[in-house]
Design a protein around this ligand. Structure first.
Ligand SMILES: C[S@@+](CC[C@H](N)C(=O)[O-])C[C@H]1O[C@@H](n2cnc3c(N)ncnc32)[C@H](O)[C@@H]1O
Length: 320
């Protein structure tokens, strides 16, 4: 069995083998989005779907009756579909600036060996994010550059998996991030919008749910508790993990949907954000993460936060 207040190096598909039934008051996580990140290489769309289905299915036992599963995810905006007709586009706009291509970035790096991404960006007259995207092959809509791509909606798929597992869609919220293009001198050759929002789907396990309106102040209810749209700036720094969500996102869910002493699970723990939010809210946490480096990273962050490695009944203010 997994110990509480710790991060475990394991596959999220196995959580129901290591967590006792009816333990978790809230499970909150953000899985791989199937958009070509480093940690999802070599996983086909079919395999990705099967993974999500299994992980959601595992929640039918481990969640407390009346408890919740909150999934943060986005639609796939560049879903590769070789069977679709090629989009025929004639670009008649005059471009004032030349495109920053991967070749141009590589050329500048060759000419200026040892220059940082920021210096290369300055030399090319673009943002550091553009340089990063060109090097990694990502584009601003959260996918790889491919010719035949369409938008793939994800919500109904998750709803179906949850319903098979006896969990019901209780609520959904939209997380509006700061616009990714705000500080990137970006222009496009299509009419598609840039990626600036994601979803939070909240599923409920049948049972008694305590409704305690005092968990939030009146101001908090007005600002976000009763609101379907949450404005929370995204995490820009990709220094230690390439897809972190902001601490405020799990923190709100924890404050809203759990009581003190409850156990909060994140089985795609990444850099440990959910655990930090749980500590902040005086809840217990349980984390699972497939990549050993991220297990170490998240435990280090937690230990720094609470000092002396003590992970039970901590006082967040004191730990700081
Ligand atoms: C979108 S990131 C989550 C980031 C996290 N919310 C944070 O703020 O740092 C998804 C994480 O899931 C991990 N992962 C991928 N497949 C997994 C699996 N089958 N079981 C557990 N973790 C997995 C990846 O290594 C990655 O760290």
């Amino acid at each position: 069995m997994y110990s509480i207040d710790a991060i475990h190096h394991d596959d999220a598909r196995h959580i129901d083998q290591h967590i006792a039934p009816d333990t978790i008051a809230l499970s909150v996580w953000s899985p791989p989005y199937h958009v070509g990140k480093e940690y999802e290489r070599d996983q086909s769309f079919i395999e990705w779907k099967a993974m999500l289905r299994r992980v959601i299915d595992a929640h039918q036992t481990i969640l407390k009756p009346g408890g919740f599963l909150a999934i943060n995810i986005a639609d796939i905006l560049c879903f590769k579909d070789p069977s679709m007709p090629r989009i025929m586009a004639e670009n008649i706009s005059r471009r004032k600036r030349g495109d920053i291509t991967r070749e141009k970035v590589l050329e500048a790096m060759k000419e200026h060996p040892g220059a940082s991404r920021y210096e290369i960006a300055r030399i090319l007259g673009c943002s550091e994010q553009t340089v990063d995207r060109r090097l990694k092959g990502n584009n601003i809509r959260g996918g790889k550059y491919e010719a035949q791509t369409r938008v793939k909606l994800i919500g109904e798929m998750l709803e179906g998996f949850a319903q098979e597992a006896g969990l019901y869609l209780y609520d959904r919220r939209v997380w509006v991030k700061d616009a990714a293009w705000d500080n990137s001198r970006w222009h496009t050759v299509s009419y598609r919008a840039v990626d600036e929002f994601e979803y939070i789907y909240i599923f409920w396990k049948p049972g008694t749910t305590i409704i305690d309106r005092d968990r939030l102040s009146k101001d908090e209810w007005v600002a976000w508790g009763s609101r379907a749209v949450w404005h929370i700036p995204s995490v820009r720094a990709n220094d230690d993990h390439e897809a972190k969500f902001p601490l405020e996102l799990p923190r709100r869910l924890i404050q809203l949907l759990t009581a003190q002493e409850d156990v909060v699970l994140d089985c795609f723990m990444g850099s440990g954000t959910t655990a930090l939010a749980a500590i902040q809210e005086n809840r217990h946490f349980l984390g699972v993460e497939l990549d050993e480096n991220y297990v170490r990273l998240s435990m280090a962050k937690i230990n720094t936060l609470i000092g002396r490695g003590e992970t039970r009944r901590f006082d967040f203010a004191e730990a700081l």
